[in-house]
Design a protein around this ligand. Structure first.
Ligand code: UDP
Length: 360
């Protein structure tokens, strides 16, 4: 197992595979990095920060493309790279079209697949869509499963996957640890800063309206607060958020931040409101209370450990819970346990130790 190939489609895949690529290079593995172009501009600056240059940049996105169109384009463009390079192992991460399509191509070429962040499940095929099905299908294809938590391992075992599962923590926490080590602390704000992200499909439309109204109510009730909201460029999100929150003097709507800047903002925030999967993992590592704007989560460990609260898009619930965190120090501190359910920042080391033990 010396020739490793890493497949990256979206921002979270870049963030979560970068520490592993660095560690593999450090250990002398031959590495190849392929980006498919699902989120090209969002991830190049991040890869630069980690001094990672993709060896192949595919360009799979087309205007008005369907999910089938995207998946088949990734398959047809990735396939020749794989057949010419013949790596020993293909790494895919998470639950995107890239992760699924590249795993499938590797299977067709009889090349082993290592799945990073294996075993996350909501058990609802349509939520999140299509990610839940992508994860399940990759779980079926992969030869080696790197599960972030015990619960994720259990999910795999319940699906009949018994062998080659390692619980390592999430490599996203490695990325956060490495990034925060590299950058200076930014100055604190004189207001309680709420950092917010919201872009998942399930929240488009009425749920997003309720969330925005709740955020406005929180700010109006608590004059010592402000919101920083990097808004996803999707027009379903951007226009609605601009219309509902754009005129508030203490709500700062900005374009999506580069990861390094976003990591610094997470560290600086008083609390975090999000529907993002990655942010749910990162906030507890930073001991930041996090309110999850989803009805269900495939990351239940934070809620069980009491370091995250699930508030969905319920306007009253969001206003009440966030208001309580802003005014009740005991409640606020109840989130600041020394528990990082998604990893200790050294998952990559554990993953490559396991790969090294697989030998030839
Ligand atoms: N993130 C970022 N800039 C932002 C918002 C988020 O770099 O403006 C990072 C965040 O720290 C996390 C990742 O992007 O590591 C999460 O990506 P996203 O929410 O797109 O995907 P998910 O984690 O829900 O799959």
């Amino acid at each position: 197992m010396n020739k490793l190939l890493f497949c990256i489609g979206t921002r979270p895949e870049a963030i979560k595979l970068a520490p592993l690529i660095l560690e593999a290079k450090k250990r002398g593995f031959t590495t190849t990095v392929v980006t498919t172009g699902q989120h090209q501009e969002l991830l190049e600056p991040f890869l630069n920060f980690f001094s990672i240059a993709p060896d192949f940049r595919l360009n799979v996105l087309n205007q008005g493309q369907s999910l089938s169109g995207l998946t088949s384009k990734i398959i047809s463009d990735f396939s020749p790279i794989l057949t010419s390079l013949k790596p020993d192992l293909v790494f895919t991460q998470g639950d995107t079209a890239t992760a699924f399509a590249c795993s499938l191509v590797a299977f067709y070429e009889k090349i082993a697949v290592a799945h990073i962040e294996a075993g996350l499940r909501t058990h609802d095929s349509y939520s999140p869509f299509p990610e839940e099905m992508n994860r399940q299908l990759i779980g079926k294809i992969a030869n080696y499963h790197f599960a972030p938590t015990d619960q994720a391992k259990e999910n795999l075992m319940l699906e009949g996957i018994r062998d080659n599962i390692w619980v390592t923590g999430n490599t996203g926490i490695d990325a956060l640890r490495i990034t925060l080590d590299k950058i200076p602390d930014s100055p604190a704000s004189n207001k309680k800063r709420i950092l917010m992200t919201c872009h998942r499909r399930e929240n488009h439309g009425a749920p997003l309206d309720r969330i925005c109204r709740a955020v406005r109510a929180v700010l109006d009730q608590h004059p010592d607060t402000e919101v920083l909201f990097p808004v996803h460029p999707n027009p379903n999100i951007k226009e609605r958020v601009q219309g509902l929150l754009g005129d508030h003097s203490r709500i700062h709507l900005v374009d999506p931040l580069g990861y390094v800047e976003f990591a610094a903002e997470m560290k600086k925030a008083f609390l975090i409101l999000t529907d993002s999967g990655g942010v749910q993992e990162e906030a507890p590592y930073l001991k930041k209370p996090i309110f999850v704007l989803r009805e269900t989560t495939e990351r239940p460990e934070g809620v069980s450990a009491g370091v995250a609260a699930l508030v969905g898009s319920d306007q009253d619930k969001i206003t009440e819970y966030v208001g309580r965190a802003l005014t009740n120090p005991n409640y606020y501190q109840s989130f600041q346990k020394s528990i990082s359910p998604y990893g200790d920042g050294f998952a990559s080391t554990k993953i490559l130790d396991a790969i090294a033990q697989l030998g030839k």
